[in-house]
Design a protein around this ligand. Structure first.
Ligand code: C5P
Length: 302
């Protein structure tokens, strides 16, 4: 008996970052869009908690209790007073430490899979509360689609999306640590007045209309200067995609994955080809969004 859950990656079409709070986190206006790159988490009853991982980046994934999938299983089991005696297997397609919420996806996936396996009957609200405890981006991995995240990004308001957006993602040769990028943001903004983060109405309208040109004009990422400061070569990748006809080029979340919005699937293929030929990145993926949130595949099977 096992349960498999499929969970999407995300790109932040807007990431407005406020000043550091007393707890070290930053208030955000974080517009998430789920895209069609997925991890799959399979949970199977076992003697004790165990995590395994397959995929191109698998060797970079921690297999101990720091893995968000393990933490999710432990959090749900603790609330129900049971042992997290499961084998969690992650089939990883989302880049590791890439700014696409791959770790968060595994947390949300494991939570939903364990919930189905153990038939806990947890409400959506309880699952979302556990997600928020696990990390700022984990609730969005559960819900998918598009959403505005406020607070540290965990308080979600679903957003309407009026069409399909075509994206190209360029994965970098190494990862970037999210806390390190936020620390660099703090360093770069030291002594400056950091405004309250606010969602852009133009951007929300562009999403609602499904208008790629309008979305391209409105995307922004306040963490981009910090990511570029720690990883200057990303500027070459961004320039390559722009020159190949991307409507917009930006760092995805805390990076270092770079995201390119294309007018249509054909243009996306051209941008991908140019990025692949440029040698400025490790791998290139073409996909679209919005994508659905964490989904149980086929349900519990005997
Ligand atoms: O919430 P999560 O564990 O994903 O956050 C990872 C790190 O990113 C935090 O420890 C913090 O350094 C930084 N962060 C932040 N403000 C946020 C979200 C994350 O400073 N809103």
């Amino acid at each position: 008996m096992s349960v498999t859950v499929r969970v999407p990656a995300k790109v932040n079409v807007q990431l407005a970052v406020g000043a550091a709070r007393p707890d070290g986190f930053h208030d955000l206006a974080n517009v998430f869009l789920a895209v069609g790159l997925y991890d799959e988490v399979t949970v199977t009853p076992a003697e004790e908690l165990r995590v395994t991982c397959e995929g191109a980046d698998a060797e970079q994934v921690p297999l101990d209790r720091t893995n968000l999938a393990a933490r999710a299983a432990i959090a749900l089991a603790e609330r129900r007073g049971i042992e997290p005696a499961v084998h969690l297997h992650i089939a990883k397609d989302i880049p590791v430490a890439g700014g696409m919420a791959g770790g968060s996806a595994d947390g949300a996936g494991a939570l939903l899979a364990c919930d189905a396996l153990w038939r806990t009957g947890a409400s959506r609200a309880e699952l979302l509360a556990i997600c928020a405890e696990l990390g700022s981006d984990v609730p969005f991995s559960l819900v998918g689609g598009a959403a505005l995240g406020t607070g540290r990004g965990e308080q979600l308001t679903a957003l309407e999306v009026g069409g399909t957006f075509h994206w190209v993602f360029a994965m970098a040769g190494r990862g970037l640590s999210t806390p390190a990028v936020f620390r660099e943001f703090d360093r770069l903004t030291e002594g400056l007045e950091v405004p309250e983060p606010v969602a852009s109405q133009e951007l929300l309208d562009a999403l609602a209309k499904g208008d790629a040109d309008a979305l391209a004009a409105a995307v922004s990422n306040d963490l981009q200067p910090a990511a570029l400061s720690l990883f200057p070569e990303l500027a070459d990748t961004l320039a390559t995609g722009r020159a190949a006809g991307a409507l917009a080029a930006l760092v995805s979340g805390s990076g270092p994955t770079t995201a390119f919005l294309a007018r249509d699937a054909r243009s996306a293929a051209k941008v991908a080809e140019a990025l692949e030929a440029s040698g400025t990145c490790r791998t290139v993926r073409t996909t679209s969004g919005p994508a659905p949130g964490a989904t149980v595949l086929g349900g519990a099977s005997a």
